[in-house]
Design a protein. Structure first.
Length: 330
């Protein structure tokens, strides 16, 4: 986590890329924000991205008290419908998008017709937070540690199943890379979201599950699932049995995943700066800090130019992982 922060903070300022649609004239700061601002979340209500989207809306409401800020959930379609809804709005900073790695870095490589180019068509306000992931098992099952699971995989090639929340996402690509790097033979089982996967894990239908920490932390606290590894450098104090992975080790099981706040490309730089300043202030509020702690998230909050360079690098990194995985565009 700290390594990621140091790396992205040291990136050079990148130039703005051309927007998808024809640009609009730059707005004077006195014309902004409009009476209504919108936060588009490309996932259903109640998930981690939705919670963070509502926190962003809360902080923008505080920063611009004369403006109404609404959250609109446009889920499904590999986040493409949500992305296109944002790109149909003017590039004026009044519509923001809560964008994950799938939207900004992975769809480019896995969708035949993504209908947008994230590096060209979106401009980041910031990388808001990282998404810590962990590997969880059934506490009543056969594996009570990471080493025990790895030993079982080696002893029973092709017999162990580990699930992920979607095909081709950050967790899938990391798990596939770990499998290939270590010569392991196990089945990766994709689900549509965390709840059905966790339910099948508790029911004994799969052996382990890679999940966003915030999505299954309540089940871990209730002892219904057991975290055996946290897939980052930084351990989680609340779950000491979940051993941290070394991101410097190419054979480690590490998931690097982010949530960014972006707008349409062509948004005036002065507006980007005001949005970033509002969020930079808001993340220090007690309610924001408590929400991050509850979901075991870590703030990143890098400036727009650094975020743009970092996300372009992430697109290239994911491209290599997708090529190595053998996944074909759908």
């Amino acid at each position: 986590m700290r390594r990621i922060r140091r790396r992205v903070l040291g990136l050079a300022i990148a130039s703005c890329l051309a927007p998808l649609f024809s640009p609009i004239p730059a707005l004077a700061q006195t014309d902004w924000p409009a009476q209504t601002m919108k936060i588009v979340v490309p996932y259903p209500a109640g998930g981690t991205a939705d919670v963070m989207g509502r926190m962003v809306a809360n902080k923008l409401t505080k920063a611009f008290p004369k403006v109404t800020v609404i959250v609109e959930n446009i889920s499904g379609g590999a986040t493409v419908p949500g992305a296109m809804a944002v790109l149909r709005e003017p590039a004026d900073g009044n519509t923001l998008f809560m964008a994950s790695d799938n939207t900004l870095n992975i769809n480019h490589w896995l969708l035949k017709d993504a209908r947008y180019d994230s590096d060209r068509d979106f401009t980041p306000v910031t990388v808001l937070n990282t998404y810590p992931h962990w590997l969880i098992v059934n506490p009543q099952g056969s594996y009570n540690s990471f080493d025990a699971l790895v030993q079982a995989i080696r002893a029973n090639p092709g017999k162990i199943s580990i699930s992920v929340n979607t095909v081709g996402g950050a967790a899938y690509l990391a798990l596939d890379n770990w499998r290939r790097s270590n010569g392991l033979d196990f089945e990766i089982v994709p689900y549509r979201g965390s709840p059905p996967a966790v339910a099948d894990l508790i029911g004994g239908h799969i052996d382990a599950h890679v999940d966003v920490v915030g999505s299954s932390i309540s089940q871990a606290r209730g002892k219904r699932v057991l975290p055996i590894a946290v897939l980052q450098d930084t351990p989680l104090a609340e779950f000491p049995q979940a051993i941290a992975q070394d991101s410097k080790d190419p054979k480690a099981l590490v998931v690097q995943s982010n949530l960014s706040v972006v707008v349409r490309a062509g948004t005036p730089p002065a507006i980007l700066d005001r949005l970033y300043a509002a969020l930079q202030t808001g993340v220090k509020d007690e309610d924001f800090v408590k929400t991050l702690d509850m979901l075991s998230l870590a703030t990143v909050m890098i400036p727009p130019a650094d975020a743009k360079t970092f996300l372009a690098q992430e697109t290239r990194r994911y491209g290599e992982l997708v090529e190595q995985s053998g996944l074909e565009k759908q």
